[in-house]
Design a protein around this ligand. Structure first.
Ligand code: ZN
Length: 495
């Protein structure tokens, strides 16, 4: 008779296999599936998800977990596996099935209501379902449990151990450091990046973006790039981590989209090979994951040394870009333009969009703000933090899909990712002086090796907070990020 741990691993392999199959089907749906396949695909995915959930949350799994706990040393990989799976099973079983069904049903209705409300700029048409969705989120938090703030329960699902207090501290610092910078840039001479818009051949964009993804270290023997309307990264196993990109009139859309997803993918590819199929493999949290996508997108991909090396190649691919000097190109790809729309936001203003959503979510969850007063509160915050006032609710509080899906409590992980990307970068530069200059010589291996050593190879073994301290020597601290942004953008805008 094998040990409880071995039996547990056997059950988990079935869950992992089902989840991989779902990921393949989902990838196919977003890339190649004809639209006629949607109905059958939904049924298939629903069945496989149900089977995975049943195996994962069955009494037998719990019993094996309890026994395995007594067999393993908590400081080993096996101890970490038992801890991580225990947490996942807990999260998957906190909600009664009637509650899950109620939320799923409401989300379907809310999504339709949201699409209509946004198209017709009719917040009133969405108000009732959104109110109910926030009620559901409150109840969700009660099922999950919390000690200090209701938000803690929701956020912890995406970022283990992170709290509303952490977010408040982070956003206070970001507000103080970023709002004046954004205002100064708004008053400065705007950058003209019109040369970066045009009709760019898709095949050539594909060729160029694959080239730079390979250069920075995304392993195409264990990955591939395809086209999807919304870029994403998906993992079928450590040996098969795929990305997608999209080709738009803005040349940077594909380039930075690819680098962003490559960052997610390299994190997933960086788990130890012998963890294939283990639930310890992959990224530990949304915030840490986003720190890696932002690292490769912004710190590497929007740096001057990087383009010193790769602009000639880009110009060779797209001769219409000939004549742009590298300094100008660098300024153009770092153009700051305040917009009402989060998904169009640049590196600098993105956090301010997230800040608005975080404050509003907290205020609604704690009863400080009624959903009916949301548009007014939204517009006031945009005016205060970004200096722009949305003219309609469609370009204001109705712009994001997330709340209609009941995804409440995870927006701050985007900002954590931004903050951590610079904190990790500063720690890396201490160990590898001249790393940035190395980008100009196509030297990424030492950077990649450092990230593997400090972050990637640990997969989900440590909690996100422990991992940050382990990698950077301190807990999350927005100082590096704010200093980095100020130095970069004050130079670009001559402030
Ligand atoms: Zn991302």
């Amino acid at each position: 008779m094998s040990s409880s741990l071995e039996q547990l691993k056997g059950r988990l392999t079935d869950v992992t296999s089902l989840r991989s199959a779902i990921a393949v089907l989902d990838w196919d749906q977003q890339t190649y599936m004809p639209s006629g396949g949607a109905h059958a695909r939904a049924t298939t995915v629903e069945s496989l998800s149900r089977l995975a959930h049943e195996i994962f949350t069955a009494d037998e799994t719990r019993q094996l977990l309890d026994k395995a706990k007594t067999e393993v040393d908590p400081t080993t990989d096996e101890g970490a596996l038992v801890r991580v799976v225990g947490r996942d099973v807990d999260l998957a079983t906190k909600f009664p099935s009637e509650f899950v069904a109620r939320k799923t049903k409401l989300a379907a209705i809310a999504h339709e209501d949201w699409v209509k409300a946004r198209a017709n700029n009719d917040f009133k048409g969405f108000e009732a379902t959104l109110t109910e969705m926030f009620e559901i989120a409150k109840q969700e938090a009660e099922y999950l449990g919390y000690t200090d703030h209701i938000y803690d329960a929701l956020l912890d699902q995406y970022e283990e151990g992170a709290t509303a207090a952490d977010c408040v501290k982070m956003f206070e610092a970001l507000k103080a450091g970023q709002v004046p910078l954004v205002k100064a840039i708004q008053a400065a001479k705007p950058i003209d990046d019109s040369a970066l818009y045009g009709e760019w051949d898709a095949a050539k964009q594909s060729q160029f973006t694959e080239f730079i993804a390979k250069e920075v270290g995304y392993d195409f023997n264990r990955g591939r790039q395809d086209v999807a309307p919304h870029p994403f990264c998906t993992t079928f196993g450590i040996g098969d981590v795929r990305i997608t990109t999209r080709y738009k009139s803005y040349i940077g859309s594909a380039i930075f989209g690819t680098l962003h997803e490559s960052g997610h993918a390299m994190y997933e590819q960086g788990s130890p090979a012998d963890w294939e199929g283990s639930m310890l493999a992959g990224g530990v949290s949304l915030g840490i994951h986003e720190s890696q996508s932002r690292f490769w997108e912004n710190i590497v991909g929007r740096s001057l040394p990087f383009w010193n090396r790769y602009l000639p190649k880009l110009q060779e691919t797209f001769p219409a870009l000939n004549g742009i000097g590298v300094e100008d190109f660098y300024r153009q790809i770092n153009k700051v333009e305040t917009s009402f729309i989060r998904v169009e936001a640049d590196e600098l203003t993105y956090n301010l969009h997230v800040l608005v959503r975080f404050e509003i979510e907290c205020d609604i969850l704690t009863g400080k703000l009624a959903v009916k007063d949301l548009p007014e509160a939204w517009n006031a915050k945009y005016t205060e933090y970004l200096g722009v006032t949305p003219k309609t609710d469609a370009e204001g509080c109705l712009q994001d899909v997330h709340w209609s899906m009941g995804s409440i409590g995870y927006f701050p992980t985007y900002s954590m990712g931004n903050v951590l990307s610079y904190q990790i970068w500063n720690a890396l530069k201490k160990d590898i002086p001249g790393a940035e200059e190395g980008f100009g010589r196509g030297e990424f291996q030492q950077v990649q090796d450092w990230l593997i050593e400090k972050i990637y190879r640990h997969g989900r073994k440590f909690s996100p907070k422990d991992l940050v301290v382990h990698a950077t020597g301190k807990p999350m601290d927005p100082t590096d990020y704010i200093d980095g942004l100020n130095a970069k953008y004050r130079a670009i805008y001559g402030l």
